[in-house]
Design a binder for this molecule. Sequence first.
Ligand SMILES: NC(=O)C1=CN([C@@H]2O[C@H](COP(=O)(O)OP(=O)(O)OC[C@H]3O[C@@H](n4cnc5c(N)ncnc54)[C@H](O)[C@@H]3O)[C@@H](O)[C@H]2O)[C@@H](O)CC1
Ligand SMILES: [K+]
Length: 219
Amino acid sequence: MTVKKAISAQQARTFDDYTINHLGIPSPVLMERAALAVTQRLTTSINFELTNVLIVAGSGNNGGDGIAVARLLHLRHIPVTVWLIGNLDHASEQLTQQYEIAKRYGIHVTQTKPDQLTTFTTVVDAVFGVGLSRPIAGQLAEAVQELNQTNLPILAIDIPSGIDADTGQPMGVAIQAIETITMSYNKIGLTTKSGQLYAGRITIADIGIYDPETIERLG
Ligand SMILES: NC(=O)C1=CN([C@@H]2O[C@H](COP(=O)(O)OP(=O)(O)OC[C@H]3O[C@@H](n4cnc5c(N)ncnc54)[C@H](O)[C@@H]3O)[C@@H](O)[C@H]2O)[C@@H](O)CC1
Ligand SMILES: [K+]
């Protein structure tokens, strides 16, 4: 199903909640579909050289999407490192689950900044999605700036980290992506000039999250 409307961060949360808690699609299923869509793009686009991939993951579900992508790349024998920069004391249930699975697959996950960021050939930005609620500061802001300075091609999951999903404005700092795969619906912020400058090429991936009206019309 392709839907053209753009939604707010609040709507994204409401539709997620409806799909998971009312319709009963388990959260890991949606996350796997998000990760499959990102992996499909990474492995088919000429923008990304997959010799050595860095996934930068926050502690929420956006980070969970990123770690799931790491697993799917690892299964294709693509060298991948996960740099977990979120605060694990505040990790979401989905992030923790993906992290535990990744460790069992022997995927390289580190909480320390890799020595030479420029040895990577592609970066996947999974730091923040629609859950960003305040400006990025401190070490997280430094990490975003350093990643931008590498000039490596960055694919952002859902929205470039640091971009306000409603206004498209950077909150403190924001990832400069060349591509963004946004989940289920476009986000209002990504329809603005500022949002588009940070997002690069935007693709909407249908991962099975819909608004209640769309589901009711099917009935
Ligand atoms: N529910 C699900 O299973 C799905 C989740 N999805 C992904 O999940 C994302 C939303 O996940 P979340 O709601 O967990 O949110 P995020 O992963 O965007 O991040 C939220 C976490 O970051 C913290 N935070 C917010 N702003 C911060 C800041 N400036 N500095 C430090 N910490 C900050 C919040 O307190 C929260 O712990 C979507 O964007 C999408 O990528 C999608 O894959 C669809 C399926
Ligand atoms: K992101």
